[in-house]
Write a protein that binds this ligand. Structure first.
Ligand SMILES: [Zn+2]
Length: 798
């Protein structure tokens, strides 16, 4: 009898437990893989999953997207470890013997339309908490279900609108053809998997704060590629950056082999060691690598074309369920390998960066206050330590500008970034003047050195320096009651955002067309002059200027008189009034979504300049616009004709990147291109390519307002096309026999760079075209190029 009661009790208890573990379907609301889950449903799923496994999981909301969608992380581990998560993190961060738990961070759907990724995160999290509970006893797994919710919902909404009930597998049907701009990008059409290092986007900025608190041992970025491709997993392809250790490469191999084991037994196709290299630091695999982790990219066949099921070139049907299965398999396999090798993983992670050989011990940075402010913000966002010179001195150091070792007198207060710190490898990767390429067949740009990107004077130095750990800036914002005028030097985007801010508050501003001097202070061309006398009707004139200067991080100079020591007095005609331009930005059609997004983001987030973004189909309503910005891409003959008439009547067209090709036939611009050899292999094609290299430019028109704020310029060259103007004015060009300062340039492409135009102006009728042959807003990170665009907006070609 007692026995029977015991059995009944046991049966009841086990039944209660069985009932307590809800099915995935009951949490999600549908069977996984039968349809796409919208972002709010993803969030709700994770909330329910957390409720079901309350002690073994934790939700952390880390921010919001531009469109107001939640960004969240889902932590899993043993109940004990989850209850003391901060302690676990501190142990890990100290990198000592107490750090015993591998931290594995899985990131999904950074590209919004690579839509199986988020679905895979759902099943992976569920399986870890149910089938693989034992793994969580000795690890922390962090899941970011969706890095790009705005892009993903854009895709999912599109798909749900058009998807046939019967599932149309024909790749030509509408559900497999996303409209412009597609769901890959975030709200501002940025590629978030190119933004890890530059942090131009809110998603990256908020994620990096928490990522840098954890700096996991392993990070995986789950992607999708073309729907006809097999699965890709590491080991990655050459080139590898020198900061990546042999051990990191070897561990990638170990992980790849474990994945292969599962794929072999299921008969799934895959490849590794090809295409996806580890160099450009702004990816979800390289960035973790440079921070000591094993960073990896996994690519499933799918993306925006695949829908719920699609017929492949081989005649097979690829379903959403298949895609999820593959990603779940590699996700789980990653956790498995990390656990099997946990001691080795932790040891090697802890010693990453110890005894590393760096090119330079220190980078000494000097420049305008506002430019230094910009770069210091980026360093802080990466938890990179920096300080300032404590005592002046003289040493031999390597000059970024001159590209030689030279005598350098450094001063107290100069900003110093050293490689001897936890983030040393990251400092090396971001600052080194030349990146070593073990192979030139790469997936992305090959040069990005921050001093060139930020327009800062830099020196690399090996030796001892007396340094203060804290660097601080003091801005000149002194006030002078009833001063005659305020002056602001035109140095960087900070000056431009100051100008935009005060113009929009109805302040009248003039710009100096000639250099002038007041006592010892020289004010170069482009200096903003804001006289009180012509702003009499503005009540809080001083407050507006002071506040705008503070918000824009710039120096302003009050002056007591309009009489200058050298140059023209402020009443002279060499000071021109600046007007707020009416700006339009073209979008859609065959224009590049990425470039359109860069321009959109620039106007909205960097300048806060109101503008009209409009479709190519609305080119018949542009009479009231002063300026139109044309992103890279192709125009139809009709569209070109409409723009032509508008320019003739006085419009100013800003032409970005390869959009210049549209004007080659009918306008002044011509182009010299390399002949395309269609029989060339991918490797042979390299000889004609520039995939992102840095060149020093010649400043040909020094008096042009387009170069206000510049005494020199380095361009990030993104193509090998050599544009030139027959009669127009070339403002910036590459020198004769131009050689790149950094980055890969194929030998044929190199010969084609002679005097290539970077920035030029063509007058046409009453209007003009301004050509930006290298897109200065590329990925929003080439800080020093942005002022060229601001010049074209406010000053034009006067
Ligand atoms: Zn992707």
């Amino acid at each position: 009898m007692k026995r029977t009661i015991l059995f009944i009790l046991l049966f009841l208890v086990s039944n209660v437990f069985a009932q307590e573990t809800p099915t995935l379907k009951s949490l999600l609301g549908h069977e996984i893989g039968v349809e796409f889950t919208r972002h709010h449903e993803v969030i709700s799923f994770y909330e329910k999953l957390h409720k079901a496994f309350e002690t073994e999981s934790k939700i952390l909301e880390y921010g919001e997207t531009n469109e107001g969608r939640k960004l969240m992380l889902f932590f899993m581990g043993s109940a004990e470890n989850i209850s003391r998560l901060d302690e676990v993190r501190n142990m890990h961060r100290l990198r000592g013997n107490n750090s015993k738990l591998p931290i594995i961070w899985l990131s999904y759907n950074v590209h919004g339309n690579e839509s199986s990724a988020t679905e895979s995160s759902i099943q992976t999290a569920y399986k870890l908490l149910t089938e693989h509970k034992d793994w969580l006893k000795e690890s922390i797994v962090i899941i970011d279900p969706c890095l790009n919710p705005d892009g993903r919902d854009r895709y999912v909404n599109f798909f749900k609108q058009y998807a046939a009930i019967t599932q149309n597998t024909d790749p030509s049907s509408i559900e497999h053809k996303e409209p412009w701009p597609g769901g890959r990008f975030n709200h501002y059409l940025f590629d978030l998997n190119r933004d890890w290092a530059w942090l131009t986007q809110v998603e990256s900025q908020q994620r990096m704060k928490i990522y840098n608190k954890w700096l996991p041992h392993v990070h995986v970025d789950f992607h999708e590629q073309g729907y006809n491709e097999p699965y890709y997993f590491p080991p990655a392809a050459e080139p590898f950056h020198e900061m990546i250790t042999d051990w990191q490469r070897e561990f990638q191999e170990r992980i790849g082999k474990n994945h292969a084991k599962y794929f072999d037994s299921a008969g799934w196709l895959y490849f590794s060691k090809e295409i996806f290299d580890l160099l450009y630091p702004s990816y979800g695999d390289t960035y973790p690598m440079y921070n000591g982790a094993i960073g990896m990219t996994y690519e499933q066949a799918g993306s925006g074309r695949a829908g719920r099921s699609v017929r492949t070139n081989l005649g097979d049907t690829l379903t959403l369920k298949d895609r999820i299965d593959h990603h779940v398999t590699t996700g789980l396999s990653t956790v498995e390998v990390s656990l099997q090798n946990k001691n080795e993983l932790i040891e090697n992670y802890n010693s990453f960066g110890v005894d590393k050989k760096y090119k330079y011990a220190h980078y000494i940075l000097r420049g305008d206050n506002d430019k230094l402010q910009k770069i210091s913000n980026l360093l802080r966002a990466h938890n990179i330590e920096f300080g300032q010179i404590a005592k002046e001195g003289r040493v031999k150091a390597w000059s970024f500008r001159k590209q030689i070792e030279q005598n350098l007198t450094y001063n107290k207060g100069d900003l110093v970034v050293s490689t001897s710190q936890l983030k040393g490898p990251m400092v090396e990767v971001l600052f080194e003047p030349k990146t070593y390429l073990s192979d030139s067949l790469t997936y992305d740009i090959t040069a990005w050195s921050l001093p060139f990107a930020y327009g800062i004077d830099a020196h690399g130095f090996n030796g001892a320096l007396e340094m203060d750990k804290n660097w601080f800036q003091s801005f000149n914002r002194s006030s002078m009651p009833n001063c005659y005028a305020y002056l602001c030097k035109w140095n960087s985007m900070n000056s431009a955002s100051f100008l935009q801010s005060i113009l929009s508050q109805n302040i009248t501003v003039k710009v100096a067309e000639k250099e002038f001097q007041i006592e010892d202070e020289v004010f170069p061309v482009g200096t903003l002059v804001i006289p009180r006398g012509i702003n009499k009707d503005i009540n809080d004139f001083d407050e507006i200027l002071q506040r705008a200067a503070e918000d824009s991080w710039i120096d302003i100079y009050p002056v007591a008189s309009g009489y200058v020591s050298k140059g023209k007095d402020f009443g002279s005609s060499s000071y021109n009034e600046i007007y707020l331009p009416k700006v339009g930005v073209l979008s859609g059609g065959d224009l590049s979504p990425l470039n359109t997004g860069e321009i959109w983001h620039f106007f909205e987030k960097e300048l806060a300049l109101p503008f009209r973004m409009f479709r190519l189909s609305e080119l018949n309503r542009i009479d009231e616009l002063d300026i139109i910005v044309l992103p890279a891409g192709e125009l139809s003959a009709d569209e070109l004709e409409q723009l032509k008439q508008w320019i003739e009547n006085g419009g100013r067209l800003l032409v970005f990147g390869d959009a210049a090709y549209n004007f080659v036939a009918d306008f002044d611009i011509s182009v010299r291109d390399l002949e395309i050899d269609y029989s060339a292999t991918e490797r042979e094609e390299l000889s004609g390519l520039i995939t992102g290299a840095i060149y020093e430019c010649d400043l040909l028109a020094k008096s042009s307002p387009l170069t206000f704020g510049y005494s020199g310029y380095y361009s990030l060259r993104q193509s090998a096309s050599n544009f030139s103007l027959k009669n127009g004015k070339t403002i910036l060009s590459l020198p004769e026999n131009a050689e790149q300062v950094s980055g890969f340039v194929g030998f044929k492409a190199k010969e084609n760079q002679d005097k290539a135009m970077i920035l030029g102006v063509e007058n046409f009728g009453k209007g003009e075209l301004i050509y930006f042959c290298d897109n200065p807003l590329f990925r929003g990170f080439w800080e020093n190029g942005k002022l060229l665009v601001a010049n074209a907006l406010y000053f034009g070609n006067d």
